[in-house]
Structure formats: structure tokens, C-alpha cells
Design a protein around this ligand. Structure first.
Ligand code: ACO
Length: 321
């Protein structure tokens, strides 16, 4: 049997930097509140670029690293919650832009767990022999769906995209993955609810922006992520001591500290970059992975990726580099 193995990573971050000090001019907040509660100092904001532009640029970066010919790509999955189109899937726009004319392309909606869900999905296709490789992208233009008057949410998010290319291999690259959904808690985090007026029903739009019960999501992440990591390790018959790094979805440094404590693992095994990018939802794990790969930190290392977010959803994946 073949397994998925990551053979290239990439990212794209928009040029505009919005700092906490800049936000102090827009809403009633302070750099101190944001940094001490979240670990975020600044985030990137896409001006003219669309969500699919970000996806295309990250995809090109990952493809270059993988040295794969676009015509040989079998599968493209874009994980996103901020696509400009309800249809077509923005993965089809990526397909066109990179010339991957033989690929199957679809989008995946699992918010901040999207990258791990996409890795899991692609790996199933590779393990069952359907496809030989896959291009996975997490891309978000969250600035489009933020209520810039709501200080509870607008300070948290940023724009960006991360990508990986996965190829079938005799070596076990993607060792094990667990993905879960908790639909009964869906109302904790929603965005883009549209109740549209039709000739048959007269309703107003009630909510367009991200709305989040921050404390509930915080507790959910601090409970489910360590449980999921323990579970995926057990499934893979590995110990925490086998793991070199943890790359968690970059939402809040306090969540990462709590997860580290619950796992009794040292904090320096947990990569963080939300200081510079904020919460980029499905893009955050791909961006972090690319930074670590390009800094030469992941050669022959075992890494656990873990996502959590709207749905509610969560998941963890063990990867051998
Ligand atoms: N500046 C100043 N004060 C603020 C701000 C701000 N930007 N935002 C909120 N406050 C105030 C609140 O109004 C509240 O004031 P009150 O006590 O007078 O009512 C106070 O600060 C405390 O607010 P809390 O919401 O309790 O703050 P908390 O410590 O819980 O931090 C946060 C909020 C950062 C959102 C945290 O709950 C969190 O990180 N939650 C998890 C988010 C997450 O991981 N999301 C998942 C992924 S996102 C996705 O899937 C799209």
C-alpha cells in the first residue's frame, strides 16, 4: 500500500500589515489587551487580492518546491470559509491558473480545521490508489467577513494562504489522522448567514459577519485538541517523546500553552507565528509548516498538526518529514 508524503510546501501573505496600534485608531481596544489575551501583534490584510488569488500564489510556491508538473496533478483541494464564489469552487480557479487540467478540484468547508481535514481527505484517495498526488491549499480572506466595528472578533483574524503537495510513497509520510465534527455546537461560531428576500418569503439578512462565542470555543479547543492528540498517538502506536514539534491552528497563544500543559509537553515543541499573522483559519497550519520547512527545522522530524474551529470541528495528523 502507498501512503501520502509531503513533497513541497508554500505560502502567500499579503503585503499590508495591520498592527494592534493601527487597530487602536479604528476601535476601542489596546495593543496590551490584544497581545496579552491572544499573542497577536499584527496581521496581514489583502487589499485587491481575492481569496483565490491568495490560494493561487501559495499553490505556485508549493508546486515550485515539489517540482511537480501541474499537468500531473490529480487532485486539488482548497480549504476555505471565505471563497468569493458559492460556486464554482475556487479550487477550479486554482486549477485554471496553474494549468492543472487533469486534476479533480473541489473546496472543503471546515473553517480552522480545514487544512487537517484536507490532508486526511487527500491521504484517503492516495491510500486507496485513486490518486497519485494532491495539491492542498488553505486560503482565507477573513478581512472580507469581519465586522470591523466588533472588537471581540476583528482583532483576531488575518488574511493569507498555505499549501502542500502530497505524493504517493512507499514511506509513511502521513502516519495517522483523526478528524471529528461536533455539529450540535454549530452555533458557537458562524459566518455568512444570509436570509434572502424572495417572492415567497420576506426576510431580512440577519448576519453576514463572523460571530463567535469566544469562551466556548476556547474551552472546546483546550479540551478536544489534547484528547485528539493523545488519541492519534495511540492509534499510530507512538509516544509523545517520538514527536519533535506540534503545529496547532494559530488562534491564541493561551490555547497553545494550555494544550502543552495538558499534554505535559514543553512549550518549545509548539510552533507559534500568530504574533505576525493573527488567526488565518484554514491557512494557519500550512503557513506555519512552510515557515518551518524553509527554515530547515523539519528534516527527518515527526510533527503533529492539529486544527479546531467552526462546525465545531477538530482534527490531528501525525506527519513524518
Ligand atoms: N479590546 C479590548 N477589550 C476587549 C476586546 C478588545 N479587542 N475584545 C473583547 N474585550 C472585552 C470584552 O468586551 C469583555 O469585557 P467585559 O468583561 O466588560 O464584558 C472582556 O474584554 C473579556 O472578554 P472575553 O471574551 O471574556 O475575553 P477572553 O479572555 O475570553 O478572550 C478571545 C477572547 C481572545 C476571543 C478568546 O476567547 C479566544 O481566543 N477564543 C477562541 C477563539 C478561537 O480559537 N476560535 C477558533 C478558530 S476561529 C474559526 O474557526 C473561524
Amino acid at each position: 500500500m502507498k501512503y501520502g508524503k509531503i513533497i513541497g510546501t508554500g505560502k502567500y501573505l499579503p503585503k499590508r500589515i495591520l498592527t494592534n496600534i493601527d487597530l487602536e485608531q479604528i476601535i476601542d481596544t489596546t495593543d496590551d489587551w490584544i497581545y496579552s489575551r491572544t499573542g497577536i501583534k499584527e496581521r496581514r490584510i489583502a487589499d485587491d487580492e481575492t481569496c483565490y488569488d491568495l490560494a493561487i500564489l501559495a499553490a505556485k510556491d508549493a508546486l515550485k518546491a515539489s517540482e511537480l508538473d501541474p499537468e500531473n496533478i490529480d487532485l486539488i483541494i482548497v480549504a476555505t470559509m471565505t471563497a468569493e464564489y458559492a460556486t464554482p469552487a475556487i479550487s477550479c480557479l486554482v486549477q485554471k491558473a496553474i494549468g492543472a487540467k487533469n486534476a479533480l478540484a473541489f473546496d472543503l468547508s471546515a473553517a480552522c480545521s480545514g487544512f487537517v481535514f484536507a490532508i486526511h481527505t487527500a491521504n484517503q484517495f492516495i491510500m486507496n490508489g485513486t490518486f497519485n498526488n494532491a495539491l492542498i491549499i488553505g486560503s482565507e480572506k477573513l478581512s472580507n467577513i469581519i465586522n470591523w466595528e466588533d472588537r471581540n472578533t476583528c482583532v483576531l483574524f488575518g488574511d493569507g494562504a498555505g499549501a502542500v503537495v502530497v505524493e504517493a510513497s512507499e514511506e509513511q509520510g502521513i502516519i495517522e489522522t483523526i478528524c471529528r465534527s461536533v455539529g450540535e455546537d454549530y452555533a458557537c461560531l458562524t459566518a455568512g448567514i444570509k436570509r434572502i428576500k424572495t417572492p415567497f418569503k420576506n426576510v431580512n439578512i440577519e448576519q453576514d459577519f463572523i460571530e463567535m462565542e469566544g469562551r466556548e470555543v476556547f474551552e472546546f479547543a483546550c479540551t478536544k485538541v489534547p484528547q485528539c492528540i493523545e488519541e492519534v498517538l495511540e492509534k499510530a502506536k507512538l509516544e509523545k517523546s517520538d514527536i519533535d514539534y506540534y503545529i496547532l491552528h494559530q488562534a491564541n497563544t493561551r490555547i497553545i500553552s494550555k494544550v502543552a500543559k495538558k499534554l505535559s509537553e514543553p512549550l518549545d515543541k509548539f510552533y507559534t507565528n500568530m504574533e505576525f499573522y493573527g488567526n488565518t483559519s484554514s491557512a494557519s497550519i500550512g503557513i506555519a509548516l512552510d515557515e518551518m520547512v524553509k527554515a530547515g527545522k523539519l528534516k527527518n522530524k515527526k510533527v503533529i498538526l492539529a486544527g479546531f474551529g467552526a462546525g465545531l470541528t477538530y482534527g490531528a495528523s501525525i506527519i513524518q518529514f
